[in-house]
Ligand binder design. Structure first.
Ligand SMILES: [Zn+2]
Length: 137
């Protein structure tokens, strides 16, 4: 499975480190040194206390499916790329990530399913996209 034909993320000054780290197999979270909140998606200001004293922390890359839907038809989407599992994954560190669940039968996805991150390459050298697959432990 490749990322395309899905739209490519467009890195911004706030997110380019996140996408670059993904090309190295790392899922970065943002963390506030002022109040301790760990959050995703990346923002320059803490969404809780608005401090700009924030840093990157590498996540374990594990979590569980919080919610999902299986998309079997999407207008303009190649049928070879369907069905698509659109999911919210709650990371073990707490933040929830909007993502896709891959490498499994969509009918086997369920709320609470343990998952781990994988990274899909894109046509851009500085962007890989995190997706999640059933955890193998
Ligand atoms: Zn904070």
């Amino acid at each position: 499975m490749t990322w395309e034909p899905r739209p490519l993320p467009k890195p911004t000054p706030e997110t380019e480190e996140f996408w670059r780290a993904a090309t190295e197999g790392k899922f970065l979270l943002s963390a506030c040194r002022e109040c301790g909140l760990t959050y995703h998606y990346p923002r320059a200001l803490c969404p809780d206390c608005f401090s700009d004293d924030v840093e990157w922390r590498e996540a374990e890359g594990t979590g569980e499916v919080y919610s999902y839907t299986v998309m079997r038809g999407v207008s303009g989407w190649p049928e070879s790329s369907l069905p698509l599992v659109y999911a919210h994954v709650e990371l073990d560190e707490g933040p929830r990530v909007i993502t896709n669940v891959v490498d499994c039968d969509p009918d086997e996805v369920e709320v609470g399913m343990p998952v781990e991150v994988r990274f899909e390459e894109t046509d851009r050298e500085d962007v890989a996209v995190p997706v999640f697959a059933p955890r193998e432990d």
